[in-house]
Design a protein around this ligand. Sequence first.
Ligand code: ADP
Ligand code: MG
Length: 249
Amino acid sequence: MENKDNKKVKVQVKGLVKSFGELEVLKGMDLEVADGEVVCLIGPSGSGKSTFLRCLNRLETITGGEVVVDGFDITDKGTDINKVRENIGMVFQHFNLFPHKTVLENITMAPVQLKKMTLDEAKTVGRNLLKDVGLEEKADVYPAQLSGGQKQRVAIARALAMHPDIMLFDEPTSALDPEMVGEVLNVMKQLAKNGMTMVVVTHEMGFAREVADRIIFMDGGYIVEQGEPHELLANPKEPRTINFLNQVL
Ligand code: ADP
Ligand code: MG
């Protein structure tokens, strides 16, 4: 599947609706993300950002609409969701590292369990990724011995070990002390520069401005407005966008 610029479409969402019981959280969202594109998703708390991301790898069951990731219709019961998930890395606000495993074990676990690599291969990949995120020397320590910023960099390395072609980030720096935000954003910037397709929920407007190809503002389960970062941040059109940006910029 290709878009009008002949780029591969990595994520295509059409009319996505998600309800929790009576509560309709996503009210018909449409989004297309091209190969190598970095999309930042911003919006007030409770607007449905996390739910939206979680729908992209079916961590939430989808109430209505269509979600196609890497060419697989994930709403189709016949789709092997575990295969699709292998290509989608996800990084959360709280790092979710396994406390009783070393840093390297955290990273090698999934590729080995899912038989993508032998343990030796996974260790080599893991050590290289740790080098990429600046934590080569931490391979054999436990998560409790790391700072928040280091934990999040390990979480990113762990997601990358599966060689995903899409990375989803849900407020990856929100739980960090301010002095550690930069080190995590730098890793993400490098990833973007290397061509990773990324959907990033963030309140870091500096990052969004610098790294995103597109910023999407959502509120109340809708995409209210989207655009090229400098344009959207300098000239928001919708009152709700203006109001939100006034609070965060
Ligand atoms: P955001 O990430 O933008 O802060 P969320 O996607 O977490 O927003 O939440 C959007 C809305 O969906 C909120 O009203 C939240 O309470 C509700 N919600 C999220 N997850 C669940 C759930 N598992 N069960 C019921 N309601 C939920
Ligand atoms: Mg959220």
